[in-house]
Design a binder for this molecule. Structure first.
Ligand code: UT7
Length: 337
């Protein structure tokens, strides 16, 4: 029997560098409340958000991604030409095809690296890290660039009470490569399609365009969210997933240094921390207060901020957990680069 040659594999994968791009326009609650008959006090109490950041017209998905990626490459000490695969997690690239990842890879100068987008909404970055880890360990790629990026301001109706105060823009990136120690634990991930409708684009493109019998709306199909069921699902179910991720990594909450949950709502973050009984010493990401909910970008933005402030140090163990539309979720423990 002829035996095909196989790719040499890597024993372990790790995040080698992180970078982020914060959108330039700070939008405090005061600028949002009139259109949705709300108040700064209500928004802060219910979500913990004081301000969010929106991208300027020049800060496209590509511009923010390239900005975050260049910082991640620098942090990792890796040249763009050495990247073997680019994965972009986003739901707000407004062109159905091609994937924005190919344009980003080209602008970075990755020398024709395979590049594709993934759609797992707020869970996208953690999905990307899981894929990157397996690509590296399986020998398919030496170094993978994972980007989480959103311009949710493009697809948020600023007169919708349920979403206008939450969503925001930004980008974060990580370089994943081979390591002699485990740096990314096995992922715990899943989906609950029974709750498909809880967060979604209001209508599909055919409904926007319409037909002779059914005239289209002709307006941007914004995001809609049934916030309270999502809130309850996230607060109760996600702590269990987080504990499973710790178990799969072979550690307990006591071993953790940093907790970086998806920045969806400060009350969800607190509920998870309580439910997991996180010890006092675990530093918790609370980037949402000034950044808003940036979906796929929220975890790398939050982790990068903690590295910059010294709250997360190289070698720390960090639990990442992300959840959102789908409903989709993913969690893993990583060693902070
Ligand atoms: O990133 C993807 C995953 N997304 C999430 O995880 C988001 C999860 N959901 C949430 O974060 C929360 O559900 C929200 C922050 C969106 C809303 O908080 P809530 O505590 O679930 O509020 P609610 O929808 O249950 O509404 C409570 C009250 C209602 O009034 P009554 O019926 O109690 O009189 C609403 O009409 O607050 C009212 N309300 C508002 N009031 C002022 C709803 N929206 C607003 C508003 N401003 N924007």
């Amino acid at each position: 029997m002829i035996v095909m040659s196989s790719t040499p594999t890597a024993p372990h994968a790790a995040i080698l560098g992180i970078g982020s791009y914060r959108a330039s326009i700070e939008v405090p609650n005061a600028e949002i409340v009139d259109a949705i008959d709300s108040s700064d006090e209500w928004i802060q109490q219910r979500s913990g958000i004081r301000a969010r950041r929106f991208a300027s017209p020049e800060e496209t998905i590509q511009v923010m991604s390239v900005g975050a990626a260049r910082k991640a490459l620098e942090h990792a000490g890796v040249e763009a030409v050495d990247i073997d695969c680019v994965i972009v997690a986003t739901v707000s690239h407004l062109m159905q095809t091609p994937a924005i990842a190919t344009a980003i890879a080209h602008e970075l100068g990755t020398d024709k690296a395979p590049a594709f987008d993934i759609s797992a909404a707020c869970a996208g970055f953690c999905h990307g890290i899981a894929l990157a880890s397996d690509l590296v360990r399986g020998g398919t790629a030496g170094k993978v660039l994972v980007i989480g990026v959103e311009r949710l301001s493009d697809i948020t109706d600023l007169t919708d009470r349920g979403t206008a105060f939450i969503f925001a823009d930004g980008a974060g990136a990580a370089v994943v490569g081979a390591s002699d120690r485990p740096g990314i634990s096995p992922v715990v991930w899943g989906s609950d399609g029974e709750q498909f409708d809880l967060i979604r684009q209001r209508e599909d493109w055919r409904d926007v365009v319409g037909s002779d019998e059914h005239p289209g709306s002709g307006v941007m199909p914004h995001l809609t969210m049934q916030g309270n069921p999502v809130f309850r699902w996230a607060s109760f179910t996600m702590a269990k997933v987080a504990n499973e991720a710790l178990a799969k990594a072979g550690i307990t909450a006591d071993d953790l240094d940093v907790f970086v949950p998806h920045q969806a709502n400060m009350r969800i973050i607190d509920a998870m921390a309580r439910s997991m009984k996180l010890p006092e010493h675990v530093r918790i990401a609370r980037d949402i207060a000034e950044q808003g909910n940036t979906s796929a970008a929220s975890i790398p933005l939050a982790l990068d901020a903690m590295i910059a402030s010294g709250e997360a140090r190289s070698g720390d163990l960090a639990l990442l957990i992300a959840f959102g539309a789908g409903l989709a979720y993913a969690a893993q423990v990583v060693v902070v680069p």
